[in-house]
Structure formats: C-alpha cells, structure tokens
Design a protein around this ligand. Structure first.
Ligand SMILES: Nc1ncnc2c1ncn2[C@@H]1O[C@H](COP(=O)(O)OP(=O)(O)OP(=O)(O)O)[C@@H](O)[C@H]1O
Ligand SMILES: [Mg+2]
Length: 319
C-alpha cells in the first residue's frame, strides 16, 4: 500500500450546461517522504488535481487514499499552499500562522502554540516581519507565510499548487532553495504543482508530466537521482538533467500536438525522448494546445541560461 494513492480518478466540470472532462484515468502512487512534482500546461487540471487530494472537491470516478483511508474532506493531515497565497488580510504574519496552529492543536498550552508559530515563521525566515500584514509584504514573503502556515499544522502531506508561479525569477530561485532546505529538514511527503520543468527537476525525487487537456492524464514518472543538495548552476551541466528535461518537454509538447490532432495519447516514450516532429530544441517558445474556450493555453519552460543567471543567495533581501 502506498502512502498516498490515486486510483482511476476522473473529474469533469459542468458549466453552463456543458460538461468538460478535465482529468481522466489519473493513477498515482506516492511513498512516504517522497517529493513528487507534477508539471503541466496552464488549464490542464493541476489545481483540480491538488484540490481533489486536499478533499476540497471530489472525483467523479475513482478513489484517493491517504494511508489507505479514503479522502472525503479537507483535513489537517494535508497542508495546502494555494496558487494565490490565500492569507487573511486583516491578520499579521504571526496571526495568519497562529490561527492554523490554534485550530489543529487546541489542546496545546498557549506557550507551546506560540513556540510552534514562531518556529515555522523562523523556518521561512520571516521573524523580522511577523507583525506585518499581508498588504505590507512582497509576493515572495506572502508565499513564505503560506508555506509556514501549512508546515506549522504538521501535516502528513504538503500540497503546493504553483507556489512560486507569481514571483520574479530571482525570488523564485531563492524560494526554491528554501523549499529544498525545508524538505531536507522535515522530509515531508510533498506534491508540488508547477509549470516549470527546471524547478520540478531541481526539487523533486520524481517528476510526472500532466498531458494537455481536456481529458488530461499523468504521463510516465521521471525519477531524479541527482544528489542533493542540488546546485542549480551545476545541474545545468549534468547530462542526466539535460536528458530528463528534454524527455519531459518532449512528452508535454507531444501531448499538446496529440490534442491538436485529436489523438488522446502522445507518440513519445518516457525513455526515448523522441518520436515527435516539433522543434524541441526551441524550448523557450510558447506552445498552444487547444482548449474548450478556444483560447491558447500557454506553457513556457525556464531556459538553462535563465537559470544560470540566478544567484540564489543574493535574493534573500525581503525580510
Ligand atoms: N469550478 C469550475 N467550473 C468549471 N470549470 C472549471 C472549474 N474549475 C476549473 N475549471 C476548468 O477546468 C480546467 C482545469 O482548471 P485548473 O484550474 O485545474 O487548471 P490548472 O492546470 O490549475 O491551470 P493553471 O496552471 O492556469 O492554474 C480549465 O479549463 C478550467 O477552466
Ligand atoms: Mg492552477
């Protein structure tokens, strides 16, 4: 039995009388302490997937199990960091974290709850800003509060939905390093949703691409054996990083192409990394599979040169 397991999960939305099949046949097994990243197109169903694991919405078919127990509703065993910070604007950093601690550990003494709050605020390096309100914080700081709040609940699983998506490259790199450090410190089971292949490979034990929607499904797992701590500059020169990066991007591009052509499965294998005629060397271009609204879904991976330009240590300047 896996720690977290999704079996044959389908999810559709009905909107204005039309049904949209967002996810189909999602199968996923995650071990305790594993860091898994799911990478995919905008609009493919990543938030839908994380919301189902969080218990906020329910699958139409299939089951989601945590330690063998069916997930029916949200619970403190799953800490969620949402795409849009979701802090309470009238509360300070300290109060935003404390409210979660009070909710999950009502039997603890006041001292212990305060200690827990302070510990996680310090873990994300926000002690100097603990009396500030969200409006006085930068995007990166808000995101760190959200991470502290989720961790302070001591969940069994940390679910992060594009936590760094709205940040500039420098802040993003700094927070990636912080997430990596925190993970090595806590060894929590993590599911990270991202649209950034490099971020996924930098942080995760395993990266799984989500194919283009509608009817998106998970592709093959790519195990990342690059030793930790991983240095973003150095891994750009690792042959295994380059190969996995290319294979994941190939898979995503092929899934987009398959959607455009009305096929359901991309013609590309996990190991092969070939089999498509898109220009995969031009990895920074925007790719656009169709969606039901006729709008373009976009996904733009980081380029190695962009990553190389980032010196993470210099960006820790917000607090
Ligand atoms: N409550 C809803 N009702 C109807 N359609 C929805 C609802 N929520 C999401 N959708 C649709 O489901 C699809 C998947 O949405 P979702 O938010 O899961 O995508 P995503 O991969 O998280 O995108 P992004 O990367 O932009 O955050 C989209 O086409 C979206 O318009
Ligand atoms: Mg989303």
């Amino acid at each position: 039995m896996s720690f977290l397991e999704l079996r044959g999960v389908d999810k559709s939305y009905v909107s204005r009388g039309n049904s949209l099949a967002v996810l189909r046949e999602i199968n996923l097994e995650i071990e305790e302490g594993e860091f898994v990243a799911i990478v995919g197109y905008s609009g493919a169903g990543k938030t839908t997937l994380i919301s189902m694991i969080a218990g906020l919405i329910h699958p139409d078919r299939g089951t989601i199990l945590l330690r063998g127990q069916k997930i029916m509703e949200p619970g403190p065993d799953r800490g969620v960091v949402f795409q849009n910070y979701s802090l309470l604007p009238w509360m300070t950093v300290e109060q935003n974290v404390r409210i979660a601690v009070d909710q999950v550990f009502p039997d603890w003494t006041v001292e212990k709850r305060k200690g827990q709050t302070d510990h996680y605020i310090e873990m994300v390096r926000l002690t100097p800003a603990k009396h500030k309100k969200p409006a006085e914080l930068s995007g990166g700081m808000k995101q760190r509060v959200a991470v502290a709040r989720a961790l302070a609940m001591e969940p069994q699983v940390l679910l992060m939905d594009e936590p760094l998506g709205a940040l500039d490259a420098l802040t993003r790199a700094t927070l990636q390093d912080r997430i990596d450090e925190i993970w090595r410190e806590t060894r929590k089971t993590v599911v990270l949703i991202t649209n950034d292949v490099d971020e996924a490979i930098l942080l995760a034990d395993r990266v799984i691409p989500l194919s283009a929607g509608p009817g998106a499904t998970l592709g093959p797992s790519f195990r990342i054996d690059i030793p930790r701590p991983r240095n973003r500059k150095e891994i750009n020169h690792e042959p295994s990083f380059k190969r996995i990066r290319k294979d994941i991007i190939d898979y995503l591009l092929a899934s987009g192409k398959a959607k455009r052509e009305g096929r359901t499965k991309p013609h590309v294998s996990a190991a092969g990394g070939g089999g498509m005629d898109g220009n995969v060397t031009d990895q920074s271009r925007t790719i656009a599979p169709p969606n039901r609204r006729g709008e373009e879904e976009t996904w733009r991976p980081f380029t190695p040169s962009k990553c190389e330009a980032i010196e993470p240590a210099t960006a820790e300047i917000e607090s």
